[in-house]
Design a protein around this ligand. Structure first.
Ligand SMILES: NC(=O)C1=CN([C@@H]2O[C@H](COP(=O)(O)OP(=O)(O)OC[C@H]3O[C@@H](n4cnc5c(N)ncnc54)[C@H](O)[C@@H]3O)[C@@H](O)[C@H]2O)C=CC1
Ligand SMILES: O=C(O)C(=O)COP(=O)(O)O
Length: 526
């Protein structure tokens, strides 16, 4: 039974679902990184929110880990490249807490507009400072969105309902989507010059880190109010403090900080500054949503191999999975065939799909080809890390979808480039389910690729097959299936035999010494 560690506070729904699905679960929160490193080797899955840092060191210690599930959106606490190169799937729940987080941004916008926290503190201190707190209306003000994805677009929708004008800076926002959202797409400097309120909704990446730098903050409209419910690190906190102190920035509300937990900050105590302790996702509804999603997704993966919302491996939907699985089996076998025959000299791989296969998601098929190709040379390769390992080995990957008629209703071709030139194998599915080789290095040969096989290239001369049968028979090796292909009569022939049992080296050498044999290799599939 797979075993999962829930390492951050999560709705009890998560543990309930894991157990109901047949996954063992431990809930241990507040672990130090050393404590986590010590126990992580016992688990197949790790479920986290933002507090636990799944660093390279933790991942290194996670000898059995197969999946890390983030009950939430941001995955900046997970070292995805480290997980990928160890073949660990990383998944998040991209929508479960977006409404809640958008509502928190709107709440902070109101709080800034009417100085609610200060007014509350003053009133409860018995001061009744009615004249001190003069607010601004949101109606007709301009809201500048930095990042118009899931959360940004919900914020835009709510702000439009409040009769605000919404402008957005997001390099990936298409004009059509902007129009559909009812927002005006602008460049960052234009947004800074026009916005009365700015709200950030991007992930923390190299392109967004410090996006509101000191220089950019200086370009904002005097009196601007800034909200960050996305990630600390998007705003230069020192420059924000200076802007608030000078009065150029009229207010700022941060739910997230560069260093978390933020137990001290120069911003604390600054006038017109509001903060919450990373509460964006903290509602009953959102926490139930993300807990259910993460537990379902991780259980699916651990129990059935189904992949949803993974960040480092192509997703396979429930409808797609049954159609694509036989292709992945074919892809892995073609990759394994060519990987065993061409060794480690491969510098490029081309995956081509034709006929029915051309309508499918090619990414999992390519990942399966690469997995098969590298498995003979790596014990740890799997669907997750195969593309990364290929990249590390400077293998160039190309994917081609052909829109043409073929002799087969569906065809998958794998071509590798080696110092000796390009070599190609192709295969199809019989009955949409059974992987079958159709072509090997330009020669038509139909074969199942399964179990132990023997690959022989020989001169096409009479008597060879008899001699081969005798050699195998004398060694006590039974032939299961026998597939023969040749370029032209009397030219080079290719033999693929499935055999019951291992072919020991001395037997392989005897086969190599048979007259006419050019190449003999033992192959293994599955
Ligand atoms: N405070 C909290 O508790 C929570 C915080 N979050 C944070 O909110 C962020 C946004 O979440 P979603 O909207 O779901 O993500 P999303 O991926 O749907 O949207 C992010 C948007 O940022 C845009 N973007 C990327 N690089 C950009 C750049 N250089 N400049 C401008 N825009 C850029 C993308 O094109 C995308 O449209 C998350 O990454 C997460 O870190 C999410 C949930 C809760
Ligand atoms: O989902 C996200 O990105 C969040 O930041 C929410 O974080 P949390 O799960 O509340 O620690």
């Amino acid at each position: 039974m797979p075993k999962v560690l829930i390492a951050d506070e999560m709705s009890p729904k998560a543990a309930e679902i894991f157990r109901a699905r047949g996954v063992e679960v431990d809930e241990i929160t507040g672990l130090s990184k050393d404590e986590l490193a010590k126990i992580i080797g016992n688990y197949d899955g790790l479920a986290v929110r933002s507090a636990t840092k799944a660093t390279a060191a933790i991942i290194e210690a996670a000898t059995n880990l197969k999946v890390i599930g983030r009950a939430g959106i941001g995955v900046d606490n997970i070292d995805i490249p480290a997980a990928s190169s160890k073949g660990i799937v990383v998944m998040n729940t991209p929508f479960g807490n977006s409404i809640t987080t958008a509502e928190h941004a709107i709440a902070l916008m109101f709080a800034l507009a009417r100085q609610l926290p200060e007014a509350d503190a003053s009133t409860q201190a018995g001061k009744w400072e009615k004249n001190r707190f003069m607010g601004v209306e949101l109606t007709a003000k301009t809201l500048g969105l930095i990042g118009a994805g899931n959360i940004g677009s919900i914020v835009a929708d709510r702000a439009l309902g409040l009769k605000m004008k919404v402008i957005a800076f997001d390099p990936f926002l298409t004009p059509e989507r902007a129009e559909q959202m009812g927002v005006t797409k602008v460049e960052l400097d234009e947004l800074l010059a026009q916005a009365d309120f700015i709200t950030l909704h991007t992930p923390l990446t190299d392109s967004t880190r410090n996006i509101l730098s000191a220089a950019k903050l200086m370009k904002t409209k005097p009196g601007v109010r800034i909200i960050n419910c996305a990630r600390g690190g998007l705003i230069d906190e020192d420059a924000l403090k200076a802007g608030l102190d000078s009065g150029h920035i009229g207010g700022a509300a941060l739910d997230v900080f560069k260093e978390e937990p933020a137990k001290a900050s120069p911003l604390f105590g600054t006038a017109n500054f509001i903060s919450t302790p990373h509460l964006g996702a903290s509602t009953d509804e959102a926490q139930v949503n993300v807990a259910i999603q993460v537990a379902e997704q991780m259980s699916d993966f651990l129990l059935t191999g189904g992949v949803t919302n993974a960040l480092n491996v192509p997703s396979l939907s429930a409808e797609e999975a049954p159609r694509i699985r036989p292709y992945m089996a074919l892809a892995e076998r073609l990759g394994a065939l060519i990987g065993q025959l061409e060794g480690t000299t491969i510098t490029a791989v081309k995956v081509e799909v034709e006929g029915a296969a051309a309508a499918l998601n090619i990414k999992p098929i390519t990942a399966a080809v690469l997995t098969g190709l590298m498995r003979p040379h790596s014990d740890t390769v799997n669907m997750v890390n195969a593309p990364y390992l290929a990249r590390e080995r400077n293998i160039d990957i190309a994917e081609v979808r052909h829109d043409r008629e073929t002799d087969y209703h569906t065809l998958l071709r794998v071509t590798v480039t080696t110092p000796a030139g390009d070599r190609s194998v192709a295969g199809t599915l019989f009955g949409n389910a059974k992987p079958r080789l159709t072509e090997l290095f330009g020669i038509t040969v139909e074969a199942d690729l399964a179990g132990r096989m023997l690959y022989i290239v020989n001169e096409d001369k009479p008597g060879f097959i008899g001699r081969l049968g005798t050699t195998l028979g004398e060694a006590g090796v039974n032939i299961g299936t026998f597939h023969l292909g040749r370029r032209d009569a009397g030219a080079e022939a290719v033999l693929l035999l499935s055999v019951d049992g291992e072919i020991p080296d001395p037997l392989l050498w005897s086969i190599c010494r048979l007259p006419g044999v050019k190449i003999a290799k033992a192959l293994k599939f599955g």
